[in-house]
Design a protein around this ligand. Structure first.
Ligand SMILES: [Zn+2]
Length: 401
């Protein structure tokens, strides 16, 4: 084998250089180095042949640039035999070698540190660094590939899901962990959750599931498991509160026919607001919901009638057992009107929702762990990141839990 330096991919690949005698362990390594060199120097270099033993690289017609490498006999090595780095051409604004795979590899570190990097700032960065503007489709693919690099590929994550669940079971004795994996389709993206309320009106997470879609069948599956886990044989005395999603109403009614089923007041107000606006109406609606006796309820309803007959008539149609304290069952010891706990939970995991399965599950687990450990400082810090609305709720409830 002729003498010559070895190309060290781990060091040299970021900014490859060539010289006569330089040796590459394989033809693939040489090709990769040429592609990156091509991007770095701003020229679209061309591979003249696809031979394992002999590769000639040139620039555009008339340019002097050339690399010629050929195999070292009896090995997989390829050695540079001819090299002229002189370009008489000018730099281009596109490059066939700046592929999504290259972008993903080149920028995965940056994407990891800054997961919310927008497509346009990504494109701007590439342009600044190399003078190219990748297409949106290329950027999109690059981002997906970079996520694979950072978070482990989608299928890989599912491969270790069983190990992850096994670990959950052994570390959280008494918890139920179930995988049902008949799912098809590449990206299940919904988190279902059931939040309980403890004796201090604090959040007590009961169960969560990562499912393909939110539907009647996934809610039924989830609530059946919840029912079994909580050992609910007779649903008397239980209170469920939902945002009135159609399939959730059906599932709760089917599985817990004797339970009280409330609808979140905030959600009801959202519908009310579509037709009946104004702060006075809002406050009156809240006063009606907060009234704790039937005569009081009617007195507040009459006040609403004085304010607006259409608003009154709209509300009269709604079953007060679902949203007014005056009509809640007296055997339940919970007077909550709103789903704030679920909202706080959903907001806390919001930014992890479009991540890979293990990232989502880990985020939920960490959030619950902090809650359960009673580390209020951490929880408040956590909530501190979720925006002004939830912060307000937390401030309002300060000292309660
Ligand atoms: Zn050239």
């Amino acid at each position: 084998m002729p003498k010559g330096e070895d190309f060290r991919p781990e060091i040299d690949m970021a900014n490859p250089g060539f010289k006569i005698g330089l040796k590459f362990a394989t033809a693939e390594l040489f090709r990769k180095a040429v592609r990156i060199y091509s991007i770095n120097c701003g020229r679209e270099l061309i591979f003249m042949n696809n031979d394992r033993n002999k590769i000639r690289v040139v620039c555009e017609e008339g340019c002097l640039f050339v690399i010629h490498a050929s195999s070292v006999s009896g090995s997989t090595y390829l050695q540079v035999k001819t090299f002229n780095p002189t370009h008489v051409c000018s730099k281009g604004t596109k490059n066939i070698h700046a592929t999504a795979a290259w972008l993903a590899e080149r920028y995965s570190g940056k994407l990891r540190l800054n997961p919310n990097w927008t497509g346009s700032s990504f494109a701007e960065q590439v342009h600044q660094d190399y003078g190219y503007r990748p297409s949106r489709a290329t950027l999109y693919r690059a981002r997906a590939l970079a996520v694979d690099i950072v978070e482990g590929s989608y299928s890989k994550q599912y491969e270790v899901l069983w190990d992850y669940c096994h670990e959950l079971r052994t570390r959280n004795v008494g918890s139920t962990v179930i995988i049902k994996s008949e799912m098809e389709g590449p990206h299940p993206r919904q988190v279902l959750s059931a939040m309980g309320v403890d004796a201090n009106n604090g959040m007590f997470p009961l169960a969560y599931a990562y499912v393909e879609i939110e539907s009647n069948s996934t809610w039924l599956w989830f609530l059946e498991l919840l029912s079994g886990d909580l050992n609910i044989t007779n649903s008397h005395g239980y209170v469920f509160m939902t945002d009135k999603q159609k399939w959730l109403i059906d599932a709760v009614d089917a599985l817990f026919p004797h339970a009280e089923h409330r609808h979140c007041l905030k959600h009801l107000y959202g519908n009310f607001y579509m037709e009946h606006r104004g702060l006075a109406l809002k406050h009156q609606m809240e006063a009606i919901a907060r009234a704790t006796t039937v005569p009081w309820f009617h007195a507040e309803m009459r006040k609403l009638l004085e304010l607006s007959k259409p608003a009154h008539d709209w509300l009269v149609e709604k079953d007060p057992a679902q949203w007014s304290r005056a009509y809640f069952k007296s055997d339940s010891k919970c007077d909550m009107l709103m789903n704030n706990l679920c909202e706080a939970f959903n907001h806390s995991i919001m930014d992890a929702r479009d991540k890979r399965v293990l990232t989502v599950l880990e985020r939920i687990r960490l959030y619950i762990m902090l809650l359960m450990a009673g580390i209020r400082v951490f929880c408040e810090k956590w909530h501190g990141q979720v925006g002004p609305r939830i912060r307000k709720i937390l401030e309002k409830n300060k000292g309660k839990a």
